[in-house]
Design a protein around this ligand. Sequence first.
Ligand code: ATP
Ligand code: MG
Length: 595
Amino acid sequence: MQLAGEKKEGNSWHRFGRLRVCFRGAEMVVSGSPNGSQPTSQPAKKYGITKPISVAGPTEADLQRNIELEKFLIDSGLYESKEEGARREEVLGRIDQVVKGWVKLLTRQRGYTDQMVEDANAVIITFGSYRLGVHGPGADIDTLCVGPSYVNREEDFFIVLHNILSEMEEVTELQPVPDAHVPVMKFKFQGISIDLLYASISLLVVPEDLDIANGSVLYDVDEQTVRSLNGCRVADQILKLVPNVEHFRTTLRCLKFWAKRRGVYSNVTGFLGGVNWALLVARVCQLYPSAIPSMLVSRFFRVYTQWRWPNPVMLCSIEENELGFPVWDPRRNPRDRFHHMPIITPAYPCMNSSYNVSISTLRVMMEQFNHANRITEDIELNKAQWSCLFEPYRFFEAYKNYLQVDIIAADAVDLLTWKGWVESRLRQLTLKIERDTNGMLQCHPYPHEYADTSKPCPNFAFFLGLQRKEGVRGQEGQQFDIRGTVDEFRQEINMYMFWKPGMDIYVSHVRRKQLPAFLFPDGHKRSRMLRHVSLDAEKSCEEASGFQSGSAEKNAKRKADSETMDLKSTRPEKQAFISPQPPESASPESCAIQR
Ligand code: ATP
Ligand code: MG
């Protein structure tokens, strides 16, 4: 990638198809003191595959903004208490004892010598947000258990260890998921959520100080094991590849919080999840090695509003080796050429961590990046506060038309698995709608579930915003008919392998004004008064940041809109002909964006 004013030197960029990837970028030496102000005679450590954009350190004003940012994050409750931290360590210690005991038991049962039983070992290694040091209160702990070659996943892990755990009082909600892409055992240990993976490596004895970063752990293991080891190897690499781990952590906490508030934190729906945000932030840390979090947050939005996707974000060059595991390579793998927002993991075998991103979710994220960029520019000019950046996204005011996907099941347990399945397919619905309307009707899946507690049966609902493609004028009376699309989606959903009686799904169209009351637990919609108050609050944020409210334009657009879309839902009482409005530049949200 090249940003305005950035000069790309010494890289070998390979062009192929529509992608451009730097495979063996010559590392640039950045010299400068840790705060970037004084060049030193020693060549500084190099980070990343290109030269930094700037090695400037913070000014007094940056330091002040940083204090305010850190205070904001603490006040927002993003950090766990010391007691909770200690409890997590205690729980990890207990799990470590359990897996060690489990491996010794199996070693004895298999008739190995006493010496082997004594030496038999398993280690646990954390990864994910806990390992990166950015987890909040109540977060899960992603944990990998590494065992010896003769302890397998299918029976030893998913049956023997499962049985041991199921008999422990401290363990609740034990749920094995052996057929997942990355097989996992989920449970709570003393109330703390644990995702436990298993990797059997080709050693008879697992050393206590096993170096997971060393590629030799990948010798003679299957792809599931490689995937299971990958999370730890990636976390390890990320922490090695950033210039300042503490700055990286604070910035990542901030970006994860922002992404959740703005409705773009969700891997499964086609947005980005924990590891993707971590990689994006890490790259910005490399590009501004002396910047502090307050600077990095604004540089983040500056960089990614200008990023020319699908150029990949990479923390290091993509390594190939004799083990021959597939790595992300659009020259060789045609499928890789169709990734819209490649964010490449930094440990062998390097993969695209964000293959779920579609044109529509990328569009939504770019809108959010642009919106945030304007706010951070104003924060830098002291014209806005940090709180403006984290204003929750008002999804139910952003569109005039929505699709409501209702999910029901016979009981709460069935509902959980059924909901997981439907949620994982929502991306497909988005893709199908855009495909069947030639991209004229855009679809925004919202990664939150809602429950209607007034209904007798266990239920959840998801919502998708609909809008006509921006800049495309609809003909008078033009209709979008997506009944076939919705039917196709329902058919696919109903092919669920673990379907049980009672599991059902309804897709219906709702106009904004008809959105169900359970979405607004504080009262049906916001009352005029409340709305007025909250718009005032928003206005003060806008004023502080110099935004226009644009209401005249908003009204004109509303009046001019006469386009209709024909959508029949599968639920007879909700069959309806609806009118999608033009992109909701009419919402206060988007008005703020359109400066
Ligand atoms: P959170 O705070 O949301 O738990 P996290 O970083 O722990 O964030 P998870 O979704 O819990 O993220 O995933 C745990 C780990 O699993 C990630 O850090 C990553 O190592 C691995 N992982 C998850 N999704 C992917 C993916 N799409 N590609 C590669 N690795 C992934
Ligand atoms: Mg996690």
